[in-house]
Design a protein around this ligand. Structure first.
Ligand code: HAS
Length: 551
């Protein structure tokens, strides 16, 4: 890979840090809402001031699932591009435009939810209908991300022009793949929001095609989860090796796995709609098969990481089959937090494969098992890796040091997070198998033996949720320290280089036209006929359902 690292200017650092501030404010607000939810569902607590359960759930999902992740990812990716291919002053300005457009959209959407005009959850399924400004705010967030994408594409384009014939730096290649996936995926969301939801919520359309809007949402929804995951993979492939004192196992393998993830992340949205009528089972089968293909690059990633760990350990003198394990830097939070993320991706991924298996999906769909699944994947694998990145990225940007005491606090934070999440997520998986629904406050149900059993598990979830909230407070504290109070100094931006004897990555891996072409062909294959069906055979449109009723 291109080994040259560019210094980040003050202007750049300010831009990247602004994204981090929004991330950690979101973590605090969204986490508080998570705590309230687990308490309410335990049946032991009632929300004050007439606040509604779905309002809290919407803030939690939108702020953590959409806002925190997007701001962190774009800030982190900007820094990766700045470090590897550089950024011009004009591009920094465009970066600020993207930041402000995204922030304005976020504030508009959040205001509508807080006013009780948009309690439609982060999936905003029709016929639940929010205030038009809820959707307009979301549209602005998406437009802001597109501006960031164009800036990143241009950064790589200019670098390629100046470095004719050279392969692009690995991390810049990865950022580009993630943004190509995002742009293709958000086209579905934009179609749904601009042509269906906004006109309908403004009253220009009396009814709406529910299945079409759900399909457009999930066309976007699965790549959304990979948009969260790929920055974690960037750190696993290219940053963790440096932190553990090793090298990248194979640049070519890393690129190939990202290309496969691009191809197989989008044409798979039906695996979220397996129980929905109106989609021919043949197309569900096709998309489930494509879903299982996503497992291939994921296992390539696991293989590559094991190889890096083992080679590095052996170089440090490890003996025996698993001796390398002891040589890993367990006391370095920059490694420990992402490592636990990797480890818990094993049960998280197994859960995903269970979800995607059509018949078994009918056991778990719409139960709180699914909530358990995504708290392992996004709220553990991804978030712990993001925390791991924060420990070096923020001090690098603010010109401070991750001191041994902050490192220790980080390790405590990681343990608290892991314990809290294991309690909460395990309980969610078990009670999900016992049929407990997700997204409902069943502490208000009439009662009965089954509901009592569910509620007993809810108490475990409230305990886990409380521990997690302590973890959030600690993480916000560490962030504030790293941003403002840690001693001045220089923290390394750890980018690894490739093994010396690694074979060169084949040129074809940078053939963008080929990979984007195959991706579009797969999408057209998986979606064209079912979408035509959905449009042609649409039942009379659904009447809107405003929440709270009577808006
Ligand atoms: Fe999922 C629902 C299928 C991965 C997030 N998923 C969700 C929802 C979210 C989400 C948010 O097919 C809820 C959406 C909603 O609100 O309704 N998911 C999958 C599959 C995968 C998968 C097949 N999901 C993710 C990731 C997410 C995420 C990643 C976030 C980041 N998911 C589903 C399905 C549903 C679903 C259905 C709908 C369910 C329903 O009915 O509603 C796969 O990509 C998983 C592949 C992963 C693996 C694990 C590989 C392990 C690795 C770690 C290596 C470890 C090392 C360390 C090296 C096969 C790479 C080891 C060290 C040692 C010492 C051992």
């Amino acid at each position: 890979m291109g080994t040259e690292q560019l210094p980040l200017s003050r202007k750049e650092k300010k831009l990247y840090m602004s994204f981090m501030f929004v991330t950690y404010i979101s973590l605090f607000i969204g986490g508080l809402m998570g705590l309230l939810q687990t308490l309410v569902r335990s049946g032991k607590f009632t929300l004050p001031f007439g606040i509604d359960y779905y309002q809290v759930l919407t803030v939690h999902g939108v702020i953590l699932g959409l806002v925190l992740t997007t701001f962190f990812i774009i800030g982190f990716q900007f820094s990766l591009m700045g470090k590897t291919v550089g950024i011009t002053d004009k591009q920094i300005k465009a970066g600020w435009v993207s930041f402000w457009v995204m922030l304005t959209g976020t504030v508009i959407t959040a205001t509508m939810v807080l006013l009780g005009e948009g309690s439609v959850l982060y999936t905003f399924y029709a016929p639940l209908r929010a205030h038009p400004l809820f959707y307009i705010g979301l549209a602005l967030v998406i437009i802001g991300t597109w501006i960031a994408a164009v800036v990143n594409f241009r950064q790589l384009y200019l670098w390629k022009k100046e470095n004719k014939g050279k392969k692009s730096p690995l991390l810049a290649f990865m950022v580009t793949i993630n943004f190509i996936m995002w742009v293709i995926a958000t086209l579905g969301l934009a179609t749904s929001v601009l042509f269906h939801l906004i006109p309908w919520s403004l009253g220009y359309k009396a009814t709406i095609n529910v299945l079409l809007t759900r399909t457009l949402f999930w066309y976007f929804g699965h790549p959304l989860v990979y948009f969260w995951l790929l920055p974690a993979y960037m750190a696993w492939y290219a940053i963790i090796p440096k932190i553990i004192g090793g090298k990248i196992f194979s640049d070519g393998l890393a690129r190939l796995s990202f290309i496969l993830l691009l191809m197989f992340s989008i044409p798979v949205g039906f695996h979220h709609q397996l129980t929905e009528p109106g989609i021919d089972p043949v197309w569900k089968f096709v998309q489930v098969t494509l879903t299982m293909m996503v497992v291939v690059p994921t296992l390539m990633t696991a293989f590559s990481l094991f190889a890096t760990f083992e080679i590095t350990g052996r170089r440090k003198g490890a003996k025996g089959l698993f001796g390398w394990f002891k040589k890993l830097p367990w006391r370095d939070v920059r490694f420990l937090a992402p490592f636990i993320g990797m480890l818990l991706f094993i049960p998280g991924g197994v859960g995903g494969i269970i979800n995607a298996s059509h018949q078994i999906n009918s056991v778990v769909h719409n139960t709180i098992w699914v909530t358990g699944h995504f708290h392992l994947t996004v709220a553990t694998t991804v978030i712990l890796t993001f925390f791991g990145i924060t420990y070096w990225l923020v001090p690098h940007l603010t010109g401070r040091k991750l001191t041994p005491s902050l490192n220790r606090l980080g390790i405590i934070q990681t343990i608290i997070w892991t314990v809290g999440m294991l309690i909460m997520s395990t309980s969610m998986h078990i009670v999900g198998l016992l049929g407990a629904p997700r997204r409902s406050d069943f502490s208000t149900y009439a009662g009965g033996a089954q509901v009592d059993t569910w509620i007993s598990y809810q108490i475990a979830q409230a305990v886990g949720g409380t521990i997690l909230f302590i973890g959030i407070l600690l993480m916000v504290y560490i962030f504030i320290k790293l941003a403002f109070f840690a001693p001045k100094g220089e923290e390394e931006y750890p980018i690894a280089v490739e093994e010396d004897n690694a074979p060169p990555a084949p040129k074809i891996l940078e053939n963008w036209k080929l990979w984007i072409g195959i991706t579009i062909a797969l999408i057209l294959f998986a979606y064209t006929i079912p979408v035509i069906d959905i449009v042609q055979h649409a039942p009379p449109g659904a009447e809107p359902f405003d929440w709270p009723i009577g808006r």
